[in-house]
Design a protein around this ligand. Structure first.
Ligand code: 5GP
Ligand code: ZN
Length: 137
């Protein structure tokens, strides 16, 4: 399969490893938002986070959070963002699910473009119903 992250896991494309176990691989992002930006990926190929099994997804989150703490302790950051883009419209460029661990500082000059829409009366509950009706676990 022509997947750059599968090739990184296989060692066919070089990467700077931060952590590896039986389920996940973590390495330095080549174009960091802040220096220390790490990617945590499942070793097995999944295009979407939605097909990643619970055990592997849980490991990704756990390791991502622990790496976030290491970014604070080791690189003097004050916090971190965990970010996952699922789908091209959401900003996913590499089609192998990956969790970004982005170290953050109070004045690091980076801002999420996070808007805040408002619901009309009842619209939030109606929207929740549509979600609940399609939720398959
Ligand atoms: P996405 O936009 O899909 O959520 O994020 C893909 C990330 O992978 C980007 O932050 C990009 O810098 C990183 N990336 C893409 N190609 C490579 C690569 O060959 N090596 C490494 N280390 N990171 C990569
Ligand atoms: Zn892959």
């Amino acid at each position: 399969m022509d997947c750059i992250f599968c090739k990184i896991v296989a060692g066919e494309i070089p990467s700077v490893k931060v952590y590896e176990d039986d389920l996940v691989y973590a390495f330095m992002d080549i174009s960091p938002i802040n220096k220390g930006h790490v990617l945590v990926i499942p070793k097995e190929h999944h295009h979407s986070s939605s097909t990643v099994p619970e055990e592997i997804g849980g490991r990704m989150f756990h390791i991502g959070s622990r790496i976030g703490v290491a970014l604070k302790r080791g690189l003097d950051f004050e916090g971190f963002n965990l970010h996952l883009a699922d789908g091209t419209c959401a900003g996913q460029v590499v089609n192998h699910a990956h969790l970004h661990v982005v170290p953050r500082g109070v004045e690091d000059g980076f801002h999420w473009n996070w808007r805040q829409l408002e619901y009309a009366a009842g619209e939030s509950a109606e929207t929740a119903e549509k979600i609940k009706n399609k939720l398959k676990l």
